[in-house]
Design a protein around this ligand. Structure first.
Ligand code: ADP
Length: 202
């Protein structure tokens, strides 16, 4: 039985203009994609800290954190990765609909899954900005802050993105950050500049 046939959407009594007045900016999704160790979490958490101190209402949905709760029942098969991204895409759209700048840090290796996340935002006419943290595999492997590449190379971790699972790079990301060429502060400054230009405070 398709239960959605019996559901009726309920209208909010608060509109997006009221939320915008309350928070001082529009809601949006900032979606960071890239290989493990490319710098997504580092940049997302620092961006959140800086935006918050500037007066933004914002929150980071980080892939590893979400897998401890909402997505604790999902693994790393292609199907589970797709479901992982579908859920985060829907939650990010809800945060943005609530009026917040929602920063997502998720490998999200498949183009189709990221397109679905973009579509979840578009359904509510919410801006979605894809940021490609374009650090090359060799740099990520040298950094290896969690020792995961070493484990994947040793065969202790299967289906690791970039080693024995694919990463489909964005073809038209709104922003690309090549972190191998610069330090964290320089990358963050580009990211923050982009976000404050595209999600300006009123
Ligand atoms: P991810 O979330 O993509 O798996 P992390 O943020 O956990 O990656 O790790 C990235 C590592 O790369 C960190 O140790 C960070 O300090 C380092 N790093 C070096 N240069 C940069 C940069 N320009 N931007 C972001 N991280 C960088």
């Amino acid at each position: 039985m398709n239960t959605t046939l019996h559901l009726t959407a309920v209208e909010h009594r608060v509109d997006s203009a009221s939320r915008q007045r309350r928070f001082g900016h529009d809601g949006a999704v900032i979606w960071l994609t890239g290989l493990s160790a490319s710098g997504k979490s580092t940049l997302a958490m620092r961006l959140e800290e800086q935006l918050l101190s500037q007066g933004y209402a914002c929150y980071v949905l980080d892939g590893d954190n979400i897998r401890h709760g909402l997505n604790a029942n999902l693994g790393f098969s292609p199907e589970d990765r797709t479901e992982n991204i579908r859920r985060v895409g829907e939650v990010a759209a809800l945060f943005a609909d609530a009026g917040m700048v929602c920063i997502v840090a998720l490998i999200s290796p498949y183009i189709a899954d990221r397109a679905q996340a973009r579509a979840a935002a578009a359904r509510n006419r919410l801006p979605f900005h894809e940021v490609y943290v374009a650090t090359d595999l060799a740099t990520c492997e040298t950094r290896d802050p969690k020792g995961l590449y070493r484990k994947a190379r040793a065969g202790e971790l299967r289906g690791f993105t970039g080693i024995d699972a694919p990463y489909e790079a964005p073809e038209a990301a709104e922003l690309q950050i090549d972190t191998q060429l610069e330090n964290v502060d320089a990358s963050l400054s580009k990211l923050r500049g982009y976000v404050t230009r595209h999600c300006p405070l009123l």
